[in-house]
Ligand binder design. Structure first.
Ligand code: SF4
Length: 343
């Protein structure tokens, strides 16, 4: 039986953050030098994460994406991948990374059973990369992308588009994507936790992106999704030569009504929405020896009561600043940061 929330959305897609640490400081996610980090002793061991994933799988989850922070900063992520990929019922095991450490780990990740890779790439210009992330690591990212191309044949490239920062690189990124068989996905800038420099005029809408790309490539056709991917956040489009790209219009055209994703932080807090300010603690009951059935009850009760539609609520408020009630709270509770709950 499929577990459904108050809007009949199924529990299906789990984003699993394995660390809140990152080796970049992107201005839309972690603009500060330092943060309040999760206490080390609270971070779940892989065996604990695996046990919680079993609970989710038994309730209908069949897609898991490893995230961070930067997930490859966590020691021996391939060991976790090996545990997860062996599980019955898991149809899709993916990883989102900034790519800096990917080249060194790609073979181990593939051997462990990782199915797919997404690399975040916001600019192709070294000077801009340095300004945007505060680290001189674009070459390492390129090496990571090349390694994913070599090992997987294909990958996705995620770009957060910010007006005045990288909105003049849409065409360049599509062209780059072709060289590595990468499907580029442009993401509208969102004002979720951590995006403390967000303002409405810095958002480039899907409509604007399509206008820019149409001017360069001519007519662009939307791709009608298959029946099984209705919850995918990216709307896909095709250029006349068949090149496919996606746009995730989280800010101007939210997709909450079909959202089947939830997020488990590295310390076992479960969040039902990217905008949620409160999560459900699964670590405490797990460490106190709760039975599998008790954990299943907790998760199914949480999902059945879910009424989150964060991005839609944000849109309904109009373009004023400071929707996210978390801006004042970020320093008090690291869970409210996007890098803690996996973007
Ligand atoms: S804002 Fe919340 S409900 Fe809407 S798509 Fe994002 S995670 Fe899902």
């Amino acid at each position: 039986m499929v577990l459904r929330d108050t809007f009949a959305r199924p529990l299906r897609n789990l984003r699993l953050s394995v660390t809140d640490r990152c080796n970049l400081r992107c201005e839309y996610c972690m603009p500060e030098d330092d943060y309040v980090w999760l206490p080390r002793e609270d971070v779940l061991h892989f065996e604990e994460t695996s046990a919680l994933v079993d609970v989710f799988l038994s309730l209908g989850v069949d897609k898991v994406r490893l995230t961070g922070g930067e997930p490859l900063l966590r020691r021996d992520v391939p060991a976790l991948v090996r545990m997860l990929s062996a599980k019955q019922g898991l149809k899709d095991l993916a990883l989102t990374t900034n790519g800096v450490l990917l080249a060194d780990q790609i073979d181990a990740l593939k051997a462990a059973g990782l199915g797919r890779i997404t690399v975040s790439l916001d600019t192709l210009r070294p000077d801009r990369f340095r300004t945007l992330t505060r680290f001189d690591q674009l070459e390492a990212v390129h090496a990571g992308i090349a390694s994913a191309h070599r090992v997987y044949g294909t990958l996705k490239l995620d770009t957060v588009v910010i007006r005045g920062v990288n909105d003049d690189e849409l065409v360049d990124l599509i062209e780059y994507g072709r060289t590595v068989n990468g499907e580029v996905r442009f993401i509208e800038y969102m004002d979720v936790g951590g995006a403390s420099r967000w303002s409405p005029d810095r958002v480039v809408s899907r409509r604007e992106m399509l206008e820019v790309l149409t001017r360069r490539y001519g007519p662009i056709a939307p791709i009608v999704p298959g029946t099984n991917v209705s919850s995918a956040p990216a709307k896909q489009f095709s250029l006349s030569d068949g090149t496919v790209f996606g746009i995730i219009a989280s800010t101007t055209e939210p997709f909450c009504r079909s959202c089947d994703r939830s997020r488990l932080t590295a310390d076992g807090m479960w969040y039902l929405c990217l905008y949620a300010t409160r999560g459900l603690d699964l670590r405490a009951p797990l460490r106190q020896g709760a039975s599998v059935d008790a954990l299943k009850d907790l998760v199914s009760g949480g999902w059945a009561a879910r009424d989150d539609r964060g991005a839609e609520a944000r849109l309904a408020l109009g373009p004023q600043r400071a929707f996210v009630p978390v801006q004042d709270l970020l320093r008090k509770d690291p869970h409210l940061e996007m890098h803690t709950r996996g973007g």
